[in-house]
Write a protein that binds this ligand. Structure first.
Ligand SMILES: CC(C)(COP(=O)(O)OP(=O)(O)OC[C@H]1O[C@@H](n2cnc3c(N)ncnc32)[C@H](O)[C@@H]1OP(=O)(O)O)[C@@H](O)C(=O)NCCC(=O)NCCS
Length: 184
């Protein structure tokens, strides 16, 4: 499914993320790393393992994501991975709550794409009956404002790392705002 519509200032196509987009995810994860420089230095080895597993999308386990692209070039991506208590990323809340990652290429930022990708992702989560979606964000990351706006609230905090959770209400609200934007 490819869908073009532009509630954003930038006009892009959207499609579901595929396991074959592994390299896109690695690139996105590396681009996001700047917020985790401290972690990278203090927990280097463990972070390496988490990095690798974040990029392994397993649709058979419910993982999903959305890719925003211009022709063959990706400009933004969200991905949601389910983990277990035994082996998880930095935003683990529960086995049935996927961890979300989001990245928009620098040149495409501040044009509404991040908000659009999050809204779409939370809408898919709502439609799938999920009870929540979590993410990990550094306390100084300006994207915190966007997370607050999307209905994520602080779930736990470890040093500079904040785990945020969007509950059922936030998912439904994203889905409702999306149906509204389709009508208008
Ligand atoms: C977070 C990110 C995805 C936002 O993408 P984006 O396309 O720039 O986001 P939007 O244009 O939709 O901005 C939405 C809101 O986020 C906030 N925001 C985003 N970037 C900001 C910045 N540099 N400074 C201040 N506020 C910012 C603002 O509230 C903004 O709303 P506004 O433009 O109406 O003021 C992008 O900055 C990114 O890829 N960052 C690196 C990865 C990351 O930090 N991920 C989050 C942790 S998982």
């Amino acid at each position: 499914m490819t869908c073009t519509e532009a509630p954003t200032a930038i006009s892009v196509d959207f499609r579901p993320l595929l396991p074959t987009d592994h390299d896109v995810l690695l690139e996105a994860i590396l681009a996001n790393l700047s917020w985790y420089v401290d972690l990278f230095h203090t927990e280097g080895v463990a972070f390496g393992h988490h990095l690798a597993s974040y990029a392994d999308l397993e649709p058979q386990n419910g993982d999903f994501g959305i890719l925003a692209h211009l022709a063959d070039h990706w400009v933004g991506v969200t991905w949601l991975r389910f983990f277990s208590s035994a082996d998880h990323g930095y935003a683990y809340v529960a086995d049935d709550v996927p961890e979300l990652g989001v990245c928009v290429r620098k040149a495409a930022r501040r044009q509404g794409l991040g908000r659009e990708l999050l809204t779409r992702s939370l809408s898919v989560a709502a439609a799938g009956g999920l009870r929540g979606v979590s993410l990990c964000i550094h306390r100084d990351n300006v994207a915190r404002r966007l997370c607050d706006e999307m209905g994520f609230t602080e779930y736990s905090r470890t040093d500079g790392r904040i785990t945020m959770l969007a509950g059922r209400d936030a998912l439904e609200s994203a889905a409702a705002s999306r149906s509204l934007s389709h009508i208008m």
